[in-house]
Each structure stands twice: as C-alpha cells, then as structure tokens.
Design a protein around this ligand. Structure first.
Ligand code: 3HC
Ligand code: NAI
Length: 678
C-alpha cells in the first residue's frame, strides 16, 4: 500500500500519511503530498483539504537517512510551495510531534489544528542544520521573529498550548477527535481566502526592533558556543524580516547547504543515530519480557545517592533511601528537598510537583525496608570490602527476582556479584555527578548479568530521562577509563614545561566546558588529600599544604576573584617548577598543537582498546558516553567520530611522534584507511 492515501469526506479531501515509525518525509511521502494536492485541485467536488498522519505522530521531519544521498522525487520546498499555493484551504491536523520538515509542512498549510498533547518544533539545529524547506522564512511571518528565534536557534519543541498562544496553531481540538474536528474546521474555512504563511507580516517585529537578534545571541552565548548552526539560524530569521520572501528562501537555502555539507552536521547526525543505536544490545531481542520496576531502593544518601534517587522520584517511582546514621539520612533528604525547591524557584517545577516527589520518598535506617524493592542501587563508599559486605547483606534481605545495582566508578562488578546468590541479577548503574542533572548512565554488564536485567535497566534509563550506554567490566568502564590517559598526559606535560592554563585552554578551545585543572579547582584540590601539610609527595600535596584547596577557598591551581574569574598563579608556577626540577624533568616550550594531540589522541587509543576487548559494543557507544558524561563537544561527534575526521593514519603518526603506544585495532584500521564509524 502507498504510504500516502486520500479519503473523501463529502467535500473534504483528507490526505493521510502512514510511514512508520515517525512519518519521516521521505521521497514517497513528498510525492504523495503533491499528488494529494493535485487530486484536490482537479476534483471540483473537493472544497477543502486536511493533511493528517496515522500512527504515533504527525511528520517528525525530513528523513535523516536520505541526507547526503541523491534526492528522490520532489524536494520538500517545492512540494510545500505547491501546497501553500492551493486555492482550496488546506488544514494540518497535528498529533504527536510536528518536527523539522513536519513543522514546515504545517506552516505551509493555511491552517493548523492540534490536539492538546501535540508538540511542534524545529529541531534541525540539533542536527547541525537549520530548517531547509522555508521554515525560517514562514515561521517568523506567522509568529514574529522574537518567537521564532528560540524555535529555530535552540530547537526545543513547544506544546500545542504554547503554539496556540504565539499564533502557530489556530485551534486546539479534542485529544481523541482530531480527524473529525479537523474536517469540521476545514469546512468552516470554505469560501474564505486562504491565509498564506509566506505572506504573513508578523516578522516586522524584527525590523522595528533589530536589537532582538544581538540580545538573543548574548543571552544564549554559552549554549551555542562553538556551534555553527545557531548563528546561521539567527541570520536566517533576521533575513525573513529584511528580505523579500523569495530572497529569504534563497538565503535559507544557501545557509542550509553550507551546514549540510559541513563536518558539524555530519557529526551531529552521527550522534543522533549513535544515541539510538546505544539502546540496542547485540544478541538480545528488544521485545524480551522486562522486570517491572515499581519501587526503587537506594543505599547511601551522600553526593550520589540523593541525586540518583531524585531521578526516580521525578519520574513518579517511589524510592526508599537507606543510610547508616540519622544525621547522614537527614542531610541527604534535605539536599533532595532543597534541590527540588531550587528547581521550583526557577519556575521549572510547581510546588505541587515538589510535594508529589517528596511524598513518595521514604527515608530509613534499616536495610529491611528495602526487602520489597524491585531494584536497589548501592551508592556507598568506593571500597571493595564495603561493597561486598553491603551486597551480601542486600542479597539476604531484598526479595528474589529484584535487581541489585552498584554505582561504583571503578570497581569490578563481577567480583561484587560473586558474593551474592543471584549474580545474574547484578549489574552496574554508573550515574554521573550531579546525578539528577547529568544525562549519561553507563550500564555495566557483568559476566553473568541476565538479558532481561540488562534490558530492564536500558528501558528504565529512558523512563528517567537518561541516555544509556553499555560497558563491559573493566577498570573505570568506558568513560573514566578513557579519562585516565588524558589526565596522565596533562600531568606529564605540566612537568615538562607546558603551562597548566594552556592545557585547560586547549580543551576549552576544542569545546569542552573546562580543562582538567579548572575541574580540579572546582571539585576541590583537597579531595582525597591526606591532610598532613608536612607530608609533600605530590603536586596536589604541595598545593594543599599552602591552602590552595580550590575555588571554594578562592585559590587552587588558579587565583579566583569575586566573580570566580580565574588567573594563573605565580605561586603555583613556582611550585610546579620546583617539582619538575626535583624530578630532573627537562623544561621546554610545548605548543598548543602538541598539547591537544597528547591529550586527545591517547583517549582515542584507549577507546580502540576498549573496542578491541569488546568492552563497548560499537565505537558510537563511546561517543555517546563522552558527549553526555564528560562534555566532549557534540559538534565533533564524540572522540571516535572525531578521530575518523582527523584521519586514523594522522592519529597513529601523532601518537608515534610523541612516543605514545598505539593499539592494534587503531594500527590495523589506519593501515587500510579504515574508520571507527562506518
Ligand atoms: N528520519 C529518519 N528516521 C528517523 C527520524 C527522521 N527524521 N526520526 C526518527 N527516526 C527513527 C529513529 O532513528 C528510530 O529508528 P530505530 O527504531 O531504527 O532506532 C525511530 O525512528 C524511532 O525514533 P525514536 O527512537 O527517537 O522514537 P521516540 O518516540 O523516542 O521519538 C521523535 C520520536 C521525537 C520524533 C524523535 O525520533 C526525533 O526527535 N526525531 C528527529 C526529529 C528531527 O530532528 N526532525 C528534523 C529532521 S531535519 C529536517 O526536517 C530538515 C528539514 O528542515 C528540511
Ligand atoms: P559519599 O561519601 O558522598 O556518600 C556515601 C554515603 O554512603 C555516605 O553518606 C555514607 O554514610 C553512606 N554509607 C556508607 N556505608 C553505608 C552502608 N553500609 N549502608 C548505608 N549507607 C552507607 O560518596 P559518593 O560520592 O556519593 O559515592 C558513592 C558511590 O558512587 C561510590 O561508589 C563512588 O565511586 C560512586 N560515584 C561517585 C561519583 C562522584 O562524583 N561523587 C560519580 C560516580 C560514581
């Protein structure tokens, strides 16, 4: 059956797309839309048209899998011009998510009706693009430049209610009566001159007040730093006010094509599919029966335990949190409440939602209260003996069939699982700090972890809004394991004469939010310090001994002013020089290029080893880990994709030049001009 069909309801022609899973606008769909409009125009009995989709959503955008391939059938822009030019009114009937090209279809229609749960948006920017079917020109003409800017430049979808408020949706209709309500609405428009978005005048707000563009740039500076598409989006929306419609469309095309052929968009499209691929586990049927998780237990209400618990509370899953002492328990619960209240203060939660979340939290000092949990996550001290003791105890108390997870950062999950009588129900759930904020969840698959246990964890991660990636059992798993060669090189280089601020700046310029020494200042240089100022064995000991404990005391590697601006410190330079002299390290100038190569190439090399050992299923999973857990810049596609763009032969040459080891897999791939991805 054709993906686009038509149905006649007396004088209304309904064009229906059915292209699962998300009605992406592939060639056949575009052709179907054009044919549908032709049919409506050539049939005198038809007086108005409705476009709607079957399945879970209105068109969710262009078909991303077609990008970079020769175009089949009409391009979307042409198809939409035909649609808008129709002399008979055309109504978009929206449910699910009208995204990207789907939102552009809706914009080209003369009217838009939507169900309350529908969302609309232009997420192209998240793929390193801007809308390419006149969305940047039609949208401002309908809703104004000020309302169009966040949609085009940030790309978050808006609700039907918000869309109605800004004039993007004409009517919000019944949740369960979209098809009928849209037909009735279309009937009301018969005989009226169809309003065309390309002729709208709301865009004049940007001419009256051109300052909005700069203000927007400034307000979102941090969010869009390093990305090319947001600036192109601002320019396109601005052009919608300054240029004629057709010149504006030409401008959009020019900007769009430049982005489409660039590396950033290729990287971000890679990431889009990487995130989805990471959900799939080779050799496990995605339809496997899952273990219902109705109640979660958390052990330890420290830095991690509280944040981990919040994820479940926010998703409406009851949590029991267990601590050793009343004081620690109280502190942990208070932090949870405070975090929620701060979110409410910023308007991102209602008071009621705070109370709802807190009402399903049960603090306890007894392990026995974990007995009926379906999943217990342990977040106690990072010490194998403690973990073993805790798991032995949990195994005896928590009901059979329940999952026992550890949040350990480095320890061996198999060794932990071995103390229980249910190793197949044990796995690692490695959250990142702050656990209620960071998107990444590394799921550590033990040697004996059962398939349904693993898939339950994957599913659960989606439910709590995390991006999951599976790692095998190895020290530091995927993320921390790759961090360690970077840290090692950073420490070595500052002893060889590199400026520590250059090391940070190189990573900052690459697109990381901060470098290792800034990170150390932020976390606290004194974390894990033995607290004896007389005992100076490491650089850290030396800094701590003179009170350079980090940002919290105004000085660490850097000196900080009241605005927390950092300046390199002469005292620290001196301390490093003394250490280097004592170690007999020869000093030389180290270029930023060398710094970048020595920081990043060994990470990719470690990634290659992780793949070689089968600790990650695929290179793109590693990209998912580093982008979501460690601030690796999305627009480079993650370490493994980035390595492909650098060229694996260049990488090998770089590692050899710096006297660093080269993994077999990397060597092999480079020798045949291969890539990690594709
Ligand atoms: N093209 C091709 N495939 C797509 C797709 C698209 N636009 N959107 C989703 N898919 C695929 C996914 O890869 C996934 O495939 P898989 O099952 O084989 O892994 C499947 O559809 C289901 O997707 P999700 O797992 O993401 O399903 P969800 O229900 O969680 O989310 C969604 C649905 C909100 C629509 C989400 O898929 C999404 O955000 N899609 C992308 C939307 C987008 O970016 N649109 C803009 C495209 S660019 C464009 O339109 C350019 C235009 O201006 C010219
Ligand atoms: P923390 O020291 O802040 O909290 C641990 C809590 O566990 C303390 O409140 C302690 O009272 C409690 N506790 C200890 N033994 C207990 C027991 N037997 N029963 C109940 N409660 C007990 O430690 P943090 O930072 O939260 O780390 C916890 C785990 O998470 C560690 O395994 C750590 O490696 C891991 N982790 C930490 C990250 C971080 O950034 N802090 C990031 C990712 C993982």
């Amino acid at each position: 059956m054709s993906v686009v069909t038509t149905e006649k309801h007396q004088n209304i022609l309904v064009i229906v797309s059915n292209n699962p899973p998300v009605n992406a606008l592939g060639g056949a769909v575009r052709q179907g839309l054009v044919d549908g409009i032709d049919e409506a125009l050539s049939d005198d009995a038809v007086e108005a048209v409705v476009i709607r989709c079957d399945g879970r959503t209105f068109f969710a955008g262009a078909d991303i899998t077609e990008f970079g391939k020769p175009m089949q059938g009409p391009n979307l822009g042409e198809a939409l011009d035909r649609l808008e030019a129709s002399s008979k009114p055309v109504v978009a009937a929206i449910h699910g998510t009208a995204l990207g090209g789907g939102c552009e279809v809706a914009l080209a229609c003369h009217y838009r009706v939507a169900v309350p749960s529908a969302k609309m948006g232009l997420p192209e920017v998240k793929l390193g693009l801007i809308p390419g079917a006149a969305g940047t020109q039609r949208l401002p003409r309908v809703v104004g430049a000020a309302a169009a800017l966040p949609m085009v430049v940030i790309g978050n979808p808006i609700s039907a209610k918000q869309a109605h408020a800004i004039g993007l949706v004409d009517k919000v209709v019944g949740e369960d009566s979209l098809a009928d309500d849209a037909i009735a609405f279309a009937r009301e428009q018969i005989g009226k001159a169809p309003p065309r978005s390309s002729e709208g005048t709301a865009n004049e707000d940007g001419i009256r007040n051109p300052a909005i563009f700069d203000e927007f740039r400034q307000k979102n500076g941090r969010k869009i730093r390093g990305f090319e598409a947001p600036e192109a989006g601002i320019q396109a929306v601005k052009a919608a006010g300054e240029l004629s419609y057709s010149d504006g469309v030409a401008k959009e095309r020019e900007l769009f094509m430049k982005l489409m052929t660039g590396t950033q968009s290729a990287a971000m499209r890679h990431y889009f599919f990487a995130e989805r691929a990471a959900n799939k586990i080779d050799g496990i049927d995605p339809k496997i029966d899952l273990i219902p998780i109705k109640k979660v237990g958390i052990l330890g209400a420290g830095t991690m335990g509280g944040g981990i618990g919040m994820n479940f509370l926010s998703a409406g899953i009851p949590v029991t949190i267990v601590e050793l002492k009343e004081e620690a328990l109280e502190r942990g619960v208070n932090v949870i409440r405070k975090n929620y209240e701060n979110t409410a203060k910023r308007g991102r939660m209602t008071e009621q939602q705070v109370e709802d979340a807190m009402s399903i939290l049960t603090p306890s000092l007894s392990y026995d209260d974990l007995a009926d949990c379906d999943l217990v996550i342990e977040a106690v001290f990072e010490n194998m003996d403690v973990k073993k003791e805790v798991f032995t105890k949990l195994d005896g108390i928590v009901k059979q069939g329940a999952i026992l997870a550890s949040n350990t950062s480095y320890l061996n999950i198999d060794e932990i699982a071995a103390v229980t009588k249910r190793p197949e129900y044990v796995l690692g759930l490695h959250f990142f700090s702050p656990a209620n904020v960071m998107k990444l969840l590394e799921i550590v698959r033990g040697e004996k972890t059962a398939d349904d246990v693993l898939m339950t964890a994957m599913k659960l991660s989606k439910q709590i809004g995390k991006v999951a990636a599976v790692s095998g059992v190895c020290p530091g798993f995927i993320g921390n394991r790759m961090l360690s060669p970077r840290q090692e090189q950073a420490n070595l280089m500052i002893m060889e004469g590199a400026n520590y601020w250059d090391v940070d700046d190189v990573l900052l310029e690459f697109g990381f939010p901060m470098g290792p020494f800034q990170m150390s200042d932020l976390a606290g240089v004194d974390i894990g310090w033995h607290r004896d100022p007389e005992r100076i064995e490491t650089l850290r000991d030396a800094l701590c001994a003179v009170g350079r404990w980090g940002q919290k005391v105004g000085k660490g590697f850097y000196d900080y002013d009241e605005a927390r601006q950092r300046t390199p410190s002469d005292e620290v330079k001196q301390i490093i020089a003394e250490f280097a002299a004592k170690a007999g390290k020869e000093q030389r100038e180290i270029s930023k290029d060398e710094i970048r190569e020595r920081l990043l190439y060994p990470m990719v090399n470690e990634g290659a080893k992780i793949l070689e050992e089968g600790m990650a299923q695929r290179a793109s999973d590693i990209d998912v880990v580093w982008i979501n857990g460690y601030g690796w810049p999305l627009y480079t596609g993650g370490p493994m994709f980035w390595a492909d763009t650098v060229g694996l032969d260049n990488l090998v040459a770089g590692l050899e030049k710096h006297g660093l080891p080269v993994a077999d897999l990397l060597q092999k791939k480079a020798a045949v001009g291969g890539k990690f991805n594709g």
